[in-house]
Design a binder for this molecule. Structure first.
Ligand SMILES: C[S@@+](CC[C@H](N)C(=O)[O-])C[C@H]1O[C@@H](n2cnc3c(N)ncnc32)[C@H](O)[C@@H]1O
Length: 298
């Protein structure tokens, strides 16, 4: 997949921090309820990072680094709770313009100075080395770059999983890609994403992970926490469980990790048409008030 070339349009969010709109993917990079707030609540708090950072070492994988806000919220938290923590961070990002734009337009000015300096180094050189930090930003399609991460035998304590939504970026929500990501998760590690889409949750399960709901800032629907073991996960509600029995739960597939978004969407649609699962409209009628927007989009 080649790097996007469409415009990146600046947009303020409700907490005063800025986000971008991607013309290529037709989506905002963050919740417009607050981009910085989302990084803290949906990623840092949901993974209990402040507690995990009490350990002498912490290993982080940031899938879809973007403007670097999730990484920034993590580094800020670690420096506040335990500056002695030795951090190893790998981040994946397709579009080098995005982290550079964040630095050049001073969208990162709200983070503490040492964190900003790390984001600047990552955007310009792909590396940030400090006595307490070894961070690498790997450019390119995450479907290929994850192989490099796997080859390093990287076992993340925490994975932030933040692609554009499944309908807009299905290539990063497939059973196959999530299987590669799951292989980089430590047996006691936590992966978090803002999405509660049934297709995504099914894909996590097929990738061998247990799932539970988690508060997602600025969104009406919960996010998803995924782990190797189910220990400590909140149970899915009846509504969420029934959602996984509908056609919405047919996952995206990409057997060679190289198909286009259009091919992946079409493959899923064919599988949905042939599926014995109940139509999602029945679930929607039972659980959602009339005219409520379909939550499956994000
Ligand atoms: C929702 S944004 C991530 C926001 C980011 N976590 C932040 O804190 O700013 C999704 C990101 O995924 C990147 N992306 C899209 N397709 C990708 C791919 N195939 N591989 C790696 N990154 C990809 C986009 O360039 C974009 O930066």
């Amino acid at each position: 997949m080649s790097a996007p070339t469409g415009a990146l349009v600046l947009e303020p969010t409700a907490d005063g921090s800025m986000t971008l709109f991607s013309e290529d993917f037709g989506e905002w990079f963050h919740s417009r309820q607050g981009a910085y707030a989302e990084a803290y609540a949906t990623y840092v708090e949901a993974t209990d990072l402040a507690r995990l950072a009490q350990a002498p070492n912490l290993t982080l994988l940031d899938v879809c680094y973007g403007l670097g806000y999730n990484t920034a919220a993590a580094l800020d938290t670690i420096l506040r709770v335990n500056p002695a923590c030795q951090v190893r961070l790998v981040a994946l990002e397709l579009d080098p313009r995005v982290p550079r734009r964040a630095v050049e337009s001073d969208l990162i000015g709200g983070w503490p100075a040492p964190v900003q300096a790390c984001l600047q180094d990552l955007a310009s050189t792909g590396q940030a080395q400090r006595p307490w930090l070894e961070a690498t930003l790997l450019w390119g399609d995450a479907r290929q770059r994850i192989q490099t991460v796997k080859a390093l035998k990287f076992q993340a304590d925490v994975i932030f999983f933040d692609p554009f939504s499944p309908p807009h970026c299905p290539e990063l929500w497939t059973v196959e890609f999530l299987g590669q990501v799951a292989a980089c998760l430590h047996p006691e590690g936590k992966l978090v994403t803002y999405s509660c889409a049934a297709a995504v949750r099914t894909a996590f399960r097929l990738a061998g992970l247990s799932i539970g709901p988690v508060n997602a800032a600025g969104r009406r629907w919960p996010g998803t926490l995924a782990q190797v073991s189910a220990l400590g996960l909140a149970p899915l509600s009846q509504q969420e469980q029934e959602h996984l029995l509908t056609r919405a739960a047919v996952p995206y597939r990409d057997p060679t990790l190289s198909d286009s978004a259009a091919v992946i969407r079409q493959r899923r649609q064919q599988e949905q048409t042939a599926s014995d699962l109940v139509p999602t409209s029945r679930w929607r009628k039972r659980w959602l008030p009339p005219h409520q927007k379909n939550p499956l989009a994000r």
